[in-house]
Structures are given as C-alpha cells and as structure tokens.
Write a protein that binds this ligand. Structure first.
Ligand code: ZN
Ligand code: ZN
Ligand code: ZN
Length: 372
C-alpha cells in the first residue's frame, strides 16, 4: 500500500527549517540541486539529472524559488511540494546562470547540495563572483536528521518490509548456491515487500563475511559458513537497512562466542540511546563490549549512520561526533567482528530516538539462526 503523499505544508515547513538552520550557521540560504535534498524539500525528482540546471533557492527574506528548464515545468508543478515554491523556467538558448544569479544575493553565502555538478557551481561563480558557496553536508549535516512522525512511520514500514524479507530468506537453501543467487533472492523479496529501490544486498559467506565491503560474488556457500546478510533500499521514499548473520549448519563454539559478543554490543549500543547524549557515546557503548572481549582490533568501522530519504546520511555514530541525539533521529546500530580470511558477524537494526530511549524499527530476533 502506498502512503498518502506529504502535503505542500509539510514541504514548506522543511524549507523554512532549512532557512533557519542556514541562518544559524551564518549563511543566507541553501541551494538545492536534484537528488535526495530536492526530494526532501519538494518531492520533486526529475526523471534524469542533466546538464540543464535545476536549482531550489531557499533564503531568508524571499519566497522559496526554483529555477528549472521549461520542459521540466509540468513535472515540477505536479510534484507534491511543487506548490511550496515559485517556479522560474528557462529555455534552451537562454543563459540559465544569469537568471539564477538574479535570485541570489550578490554577496550571499550559500550552502549548496554536495551532489551539485561542478559545471553548475563554476558557472554560478562566474555569473556572481561575490557570492560564496559551502558544502551542505559539512555545514548543515543535521538538515534532514530529525524525522517527523509521518517520516518515522515510513521508516518503520520499510523496516518491517526488510524484516519480512529476512524471515523468508532464512527459509531458502544456502549450501551449494552462490552468494549472487541468494542476493538475487533478497532483491526479489525486498521488491515483493514493497521496496521500489534496492540499494544493497550483501551476502558475505565464510571468509567474504570478514570483509565489510564485500557485496556478493560467485563464491559457492558451503556447509559450516557464517553468512552476513545486509540489505536495504527505499520503500515509499524512505530507507531500510538491516543485517543478520546466519550459519549454515551447526556453528563451532568460537563462532557462537563471537556471535554472542556482537549481539551484546548491539544491545549495549541500543541501550545507550537517549536524547541529549552525544552520537559518539553510542559508538563507545557498543565498541567497549567488543574491546573488553578482546576483539577490538577486529571491529573496523563506525557503529552507525543516519537513514531517511537515503540509506546512509548524517548523523553518524562515530568517535568524535559530539552532536547530541534528539528525539526523531533515525540511525543504524551495527557493530561487527571481522576475522580476516575466516568469517565475520554483524548485527544491524535501525533505531529511532524517542523521548525516553530507543525504539527498534527492525524487530526480527537476534539469536543466531541456523540455515541449510
Ligand atoms: Zn562455521
Ligand atoms: Zn546495512
Ligand atoms: Zn547500515
């Protein structure tokens, strides 16, 4: 079932908040090019991102405006947030950068989407040499971090769909099939459970599980393999991302031990979630469990990342991130232990911070599952 679209007012409020955050950061406004930010602020996603400039300009003292190629106007008007912005179009043969410059303050300081094409930024710099541009993610990392109730419901629905996919994938045969075959099953299951986009289907069997960047390959899964399954994508515009590690046949005592440590670390990370603590404390809580068990050197990545209209975004649960958790922030908690050339274990849930702690958006059990 597709959920009701966000309203024009929802988008207007998001834009307003961006302008406030920009102002608090000493900027005049934000410049948004097609991609996740534009989807977030307008619901508008051009069918193709091209050399023709499309740019949302949100700045204090002005109504939000979007400049775009005239041929894209009907789609932009029809977008859920299309009515929240004033559209200005340009036609092939016009100078779109001169038209864009008219919307900007000559000496303005703007945060611009990280994915803005260099050709557009360079042309804007030439058209308006007094203006200054900084990276959106580095100056306003928390722009999309706090989710509304409706966004959280979408993330929960995406999480439930990923959970349903997990419950089905553990029923398939693993031994004797390749990682790619199991990954294809996962892809089909996510789509069957309502995902419109699959971002990753990691199937890391045996030694491949010890490489957190391994996706899936031609290795044939064998009896005795630990298998890391990490998958997710977008459902109704919001992301899922969950990991379970399963074992083909009876695990060894060592495999069980490593698994239990990761499970305890994941729980410790979850238990640390509450408003007002720094993101790095969640990393520390999970990492300490693994370090105390003697496996610290085998946990080689941050504990988590935010999730929303993309599957990886701020806030990051990482040492050095001192920003504070606020109610409505959604992020992964995904500690792992990776024993080179042997096997890996990772357990990942998406968690939303509430007033009084964490709420898991993935709810499949975290005991070690035996598959065939
Ligand atoms: Zn084994
Ligand atoms: Zn993941
Ligand atoms: Zn993740």
């Amino acid at each position: 079932m597709t959920r009701a679209a966000f309203t024009t007012q929802d988008f207007a409020r998001r834009i307003e908040r961006a302008v406030e955050q920009a102002q608090a950061a000493g900027l005049d406004g934000v410049l948004v090019t097609p991609g996740p930010d534009l989807v977030y602020f307008t619901g508008y996603q051009p069918t193709a991102i091209t050399e023709r400039i499309t740019l949302l300009v949100a700045q204090r003292g002005h109504d939000p405006a979007m400049i775009l190629p005239i041929l894209e106007r009907p789609d932009a008007e029809a977008a859920p947030g299309g009515a929240a912005v004033t559209l200005t179009d340009w036609t092939d043969g016009d100078d779109p950068y001169a038209a864009t410059a008219e919307l900007l303050e000559p000496e303005g300081r703007y945060a611009i989407s990280d994915s803005a094409w260099a050709m557009h930024v360079l042309a804007l710099q030439a058209a308006l040499p007094g203006a200054h541009y900084v990276s959106m993610t580095s100056t306003l990392p928390m722009l999309r971090a706090v989710k509304t109730a409706e966004e959280i419901e979408r993330l929960a629905a995406a999480g439930a769909a990923a959970d349903a996919s997990l419950e089905e994938i553990v029923q398939v045969r693993f031994a004797g099939r390749t990682e790619n075959e199991v990954a294809a099953d996962l892809n089909a299951l996510l789509r069957k459970h309502g995902h419109s986009q699959v971002d990753f289907t990691v199937v890391g069997s045996g030694p491949n599980g010890a490489n957190p960047h391994h996706e899936a390959g031609e290795r044939t899964i064998e009896q005795g393999d630990m298998v890391v399954l990490d998958f997710g994508g977008l459902k109704d515009g919001y992301g899922s991302d969950t990991t379970r590690s399963v074992h083909v046949g009876e695990p060894t005592a060592e495999e069980r031990e490593v698994y239990e440590i990761v499970k305890r670390a994941q729980q410790a990370g979850f238990d640390a979630v509450r408003p007002g603590i720094a993101c790095q404390e969640i990393d520390r809580a999970a990492r300490t469990v693994i370090a105390d068990a003697g496996y610290g050197e085998y946990f080689i990545h941050r504990v988590g990342h935010g999730i929303g209209v993309t599957t990886h975004e701020p806030p990051y649960m990482i040492e050095g991130e001192e920003r504070l958790i606020e109610p409505g922030m959604c992020f992964s908690i995904e500690p792992g232990i990776y024993l080179p050339q042997r096997f890996g274990v990772r357990i990942e849930d998406i968690v939303v911070a509430t007033e009084d702690g964490g709420r898991r958006l993935n709810n499949t059990h975290r005991e070690l599952r035996i598959v065939t």
